[in-house]
Design a binder for this molecule. Structure first.
Ligand SMILES: [Ca+2]
Length: 265
């Protein structure tokens, strides 16, 4: 039939050509010959610090030798300063009963603390922490980290991370976190270290290492070995990641966990 293609109407040949080109460009997703799959890493335990089991951990970050923690639940939400050497609580700053504390990050000597459904972004000066509302966001606040002196990244329980101007909290751009194109939902507490974003995923013992340019997951970190069976009984999910530049290690904890684990991957 194609031998006689000069006899076919021009519109038919055009449609046939477009169909062949679009099929070859799209391909069959199930036969992707070169899937981009992340490597699996495991935690290497260096040490442990005690952790307050009443702390429903929502955010964790090291700044200038202090470990900062945010805790959640209405009526129990706090911002805390912890001693980086021994894990002891230096100071606790309670939130109003109407706010549910979420992720924190520290930028330009200010702690920015998200709240779950209120939309309020709280701001505390690190030298004299007094609560005031800095901005609002138009989505749920879950995790937050800083990727530059002017840009923070927030999660809201979906697979999308929002890059925001720290002065307005307006969204500059977003990335969709994925493994070989499949979205990774329920992203929660965040940390930025060594050029990558690290994320807890709600209900998971894995930490996801994410390329901030593409959203591709570049490594799965299996942290399931951290809590022994007896320690798991009253403990919630993994939800604290803080990079400690002095130790060159991560501090990991979770909601109501009895310990903070000092680890490398
Ligand atoms: Ca963090």
């Amino acid at each position: 039939m194609l031998k006689n293609s000069r006899l076919l109407p021009a519109w038919f040949i055009l449609i046939l050509s477009v169909t062949i080109v679009s099929c070859s460009e799209t391909g069959d997703p199930n036969s992707n010959p070169d899937p981009v799959l992340p490597e699996t890493l495991y935690v290497n335990l260096i040490g442990t610090l005690p952790h307050d089991t009443s702390a429903y951990t929502q955010g964790f970050e090291v700044h200038d030798g202090i470990l900062w923690e945010s805790t959640g639940h209405y009526g129990f939400s706090t911002l805390r300063k912890l001693n980086l050497s021994d894990g002891s609580i230096i100071q606790t700053y309670p939130l109003p009963d109407t706010l549910f504390g979420e992720g924190i990050t520290i930028l330009n000597n200010k702690v920015y603390q998200l709240t779950w459904t209120s939309g309020f972004v709280l701001e505390w000066n690190v030298l004299n922490p007094v609560l005031h509302v800095s901005d609002t966001i138009d989505t749920e606040g879950w995790g937050i980290c800083s990727v530059s002196s002017s840009t923070v990244v927030t999660s809201n329980g979906s697979a999308t991370l929002s890059f925001r101007d720290v002065n307005s909290f307006d969204t500059l751009w977003t990335i969709n976190v994925n493994i070989d194109g499949s979205p990774i939902h329920l992203l929660n507490e965040l940390e930025y270290a060594e050029g990558s974003i690290y994320a807890n995923r709600y209900y998971s013992d894995y930490i996801y290492r994410i390329d901030p340019e593409t959203g591709n997951v570049t490594a799965l970190i299996d942290a399931s070995s951290l809590l022994s069976g007896s320690n798991r009984i009253n403990a919630g999910v993994l939800n604290g990641i803080a990079w400690d530049p002095q130790r060159e290690a991560f501090l990991l904890t979770g909601k109501n966990w009895p310990s903070i684990f000092i680890v490398t991957f």
